[in-house]
Design a protein around this ligand. Structure first.
Ligand code: IPM
Ligand code: MG
Length: 367
């Protein structure tokens, strides 16, 4: 069997810096664990726009469809703010999600013990937090038609459409139930069935899928209340499933519970390919952070933990994923801190590269 393949799209801003650290980790697994990947690299976002005039070239799209998994850094930056909407860096990412049909976006929010004091909430509210948000990623208001800015009755009208089909809801619900089965078997579905028909349908379909998962305790919450509950008592949740836009908002809220956006990975999964692996793209939840780009200040942990998710969800290497996650935990417990993790009490200041090296060293110590 040939080696599994990865396409790295480092993108813009801090993307290339954090991805450089992920490459060290990939090399370590190849050298020390016999997990060798065929790695290709290409451009996305502003970097692709600079080279090709589009945020994702057709050839890059084709490569993304051909590999076993895509690792993405981040897209966007002030240099591209003035671009036409259709060629903005974000469109590159949205095209990947849509054309690869990556309907299930897994966004874990875990609070590492060493970072429990970094949250804006009290330690006891967040310590030990371990929740998983499953965000629908290929439909809803992000993609619904009609959309646009129109002239109507002598003024401009901005229009987007929230639209979900039964099958779109059912497949992401199923993904969330499957995850819940491997965790604490509790699933909370969030929508706005009190004001939106799409929310009513969402709730009905989730209930239908629930019939196949009698061991999972299912609850429903209006998404606004869900946001409130996430900051009031986040540990009440195990798995949350929600739509594209609510998921975008709620996952940022959940991210802040853990102290730093620089720690949060994500996996975007689609249907199985011919080889049985799901179509998959892994990326940190944080953005391109242009204000700190190129200064060695970025925290590479979110991107490195995204690779851990790749090991688990694409390559069936749960043990090795745990090994990598433990190495990150160890480094944090040792006090190694990129600037986003620095607090008054100190810690060992580290650059992006030093954080990556420390994680490699912790991996080395784990053998
Ligand atoms: C995210 C981001 C993206 C989104 C942007 C960059 C298009 O906020 O992945 O959460 O809105 O989905
Ligand atoms: Mg977002």
């Amino acid at each position: 069997m040939s080696n599994p393949s990865l396409l790295i799209l480092a993108g813009d801003g801090i993307g290339p810096e954090v991805m450089a650290e992920v490459k060290k980790i990939i090399d370590w697994f190849g050298d020390r664990r016999g997990l060798v990947f065929e790695v290709e690299e290409d451009l996305v976002g502003g970097a692709a726009y600079d080279a090709h005039g589009v945020p994702l070239a057709d050839e890059t799209m084709a490569r993304a469809q051909a590999v076993d998994a895509v690792l993405l850094g981040a897209v966007g930056g002030p240099a591209y703010d003035g671009l036409d909407f259709s060629v903005k860096p974000e469109r590159g990412l949205l095209r990947l999600r849509k054309e690869m049909d990556l309907f299930a976006n897994l966004r874990p929010a875990q609070c590492f013990d060493a970072l429990a004091d970094f949250s804006s909430l009290r330690r006891e509210v967040v310590a030990g937090l371990d929740i998983m948000i499953v965000r629908e990623l290929t439909s809803g208001v992000y993609f619904g038609e009609p959309r646009g800015i129109f002239e109507e009755g002598g003024e401009r009208v901005g229009l987007n459409t929230q639209r979900y089909t039964e099958s779109e809801v059912a497949r992401v619900a199923r993904a969330a139930f499957e995850l819940a089965m491997k965790r604490d078997r509790r699933l909370c579905s969030m929508e706005k069935a009190n004001v939106m028909e799409s929310g009513i349908l969402w709730r009905e379909v989730v209930e239908e899928v629930a019939a196949d998962y009698p061991e999972v305790a299912l609850s429903h919450m209006y998404a606004d209340n869900g946001g409130m509950q996430l900051v009031r008592n986040p540990k009440q949740f195990d798995v949350i499933v929600t739509d594209n836009l609510f998921g975008d908002l709620l996952s940022d809220v959940a991210a802040m519970l853990t102290g730093s956006l620089g720690m949060l990975p994500s996996a975007s999964l689609g249907a199985p390919m011919e080889n049985g692996r799901p179509r998959a793209l892994y990326e940190p939840v944080h953005g391109s952070a242009p204000d700190i780009a190129g200064q060695g200040k970025a925290n590479p942990c979110a991107c490195i933990l995204s690779f851990a998710m790749a090991l688990r969800y694409s390559f069936d290497q749960g043990e090795e994923a745990r090994r990598l996650e433990r190495a990150v935990e160890q480094v944090l417990a040792d006090g190694v801190r990129t600037p986003d993790l620095m607090q008054a009490e100190g810690g060992r200041p580290a650059s992006t590269a030093e954080m990556g090296d420390a994680i490699v060293a912790a991996l080395e110590a784990s053998r």
